[in-house]
Design a protein around this ligand. Structure first.
Ligand SMILES: [Zn+2]
Length: 337
């Protein structure tokens, strides 16, 4: 048996590689970002390497920000939430070891390129963490025969060289459209196989994560008929699942206390960092914990709770909100109905 380990630079993959890959696909076929099936990936790589290869470890490396610029706090929290879901899926569903490094923005550097003056003066912590881990296993007797990297930055070449000096074989999987061209500058000295390009049609077809469907029970009190609903697997939480039909139903307006311009909606999502979204007429509206009445804590709200609110802006209008903006959000408690 040839013992292989897979080292994935998840920061490059998620912020650059998959985006460039998606952009390179014919737009008619692609409405959502391309997603990798991390279960299939090691098998596909093993076949490309000629068989006899067994993956004894699969590792995903990424980073998370600390010490943000105050202007980035709100947008970053949503991003951090998405990343945490990503890392949890890799751990729990795909059984990867997930290693997260801290990226220190020192409270003064903007995350978005557009907001920054000059290039990002923060060392990317991921190549160091990934390279060190690869060297650790290479130094361990009989732990590793082949190191497979799914990376796109050229900084990994010294790691490839060092591994080969230690008698290990090195394979590279990357994205043709999303890699630094220098990564392959000296491929004959750094790699033991031709690079595997994920965006080659035959590989792409085998590693694409295709949504699987699952039957779930809608728990909404508004639901009509059979409660079993087909959904895309892995996206919904069974303990508070509400089908799209029920989500789009606006609850009846609350009698007796309607202020001018007040609308009724349901809570669609709550983020523990201090904000949430209201679903109204099929669209989401952002609200902040400070939009709640003084005696109401955000964490007492749940998905599908009814609320009244004032509409400040619709999606696409107003300021920096891609979604709409809600103000004066008041929960509709059972006793006030
Ligand atoms: Zn329903």
């Amino acid at each position: 048996m040839i013992r292989a380990m897979l080292f994935v630079d998840g920061r490059w993959l998620d912020t650059w590689g998959l985006r460039r890959l998606t952009q390179s696909l014919p737009s008619s076929e692609r409405r959502t970002p391309f997603q990798i099936d991390f279960d299939a990936l090691p098998e596909v790589v093993a076949a490309e390497l000629g068989g006899g290869v067994e993956f004894v470890r699969k590792m995903f490396f990424s980073s998370t920000p600390v010490n943000l610029h105050p202007g980035d706090v709100r947008s970053a929290k949503e991003k951090i939430d998405r990343n945490e879901q990503r890392f949890a899926e890799l751990r729990n569903r795909f059984r990867y070891e997930v290693s997260i490094s801290l990226a220190d923005y020192r409270g003064e550097i903007r995350m978005r390129k557009e907001d920054r003056k000059g290039p990002l003066p923060i060392p990317n912590p991921v190549p160091m963490a990934l390279g060190a881990e690869a060297m650790f296993y290479a130094a361990m007797p009989s732990a590793l025969d082949v190191a497979v990297f799914l990376v796109g930055d050229e900084v990994y070449r010294p790691t490839f060289r060092a591994l080969r000096r230690m008698g290990k074989r090195v394979a590279l999987a990357t994205i043709r459209e999303g890699r630094d061209p220098r990564l392959l500058a000296d491929a004959s000295e750094t790699l033991d196989w031709k690079p595997i390009f994920i965006d080659n049609a035959d590989v792409l077809d085998k590693v694409e994560l295709r949504p699987r469907r699952a039957l779930m029970e809608c728990l909404s009190p508004l639901h009509r008929g059979d409660r079993s609903v087909w959904v895309i697997e892995g996206l919904e939480e069974p303990s508070n699942f509400c089908c799209s039909d029920c989500r789009s139903v606006s609850p009846p307006s609350v009698e007796g206390k309607s202020r001018e311009g007040e609308l009724a909606g349901t809570v669609s999502r709550i983020f523990r960092h201090g904000y949430g979204f209201i679903l109204f007429e099929g669209k989401e509206y952002f609200f902040h914990a400070s939009d709640l009445p003084p005696n109401t804590e955000l964490f007492t709200l749940k998905e599908n709770d009814r609320v009244t609110f004032r509409l400040e802006s619709r999606p696409g209008q107003g300021g920096d909100h891609k979604r709409g903006r809600a103000r004066d959000v008041t929960p509709v408690r059972a006793e006030t109905r």
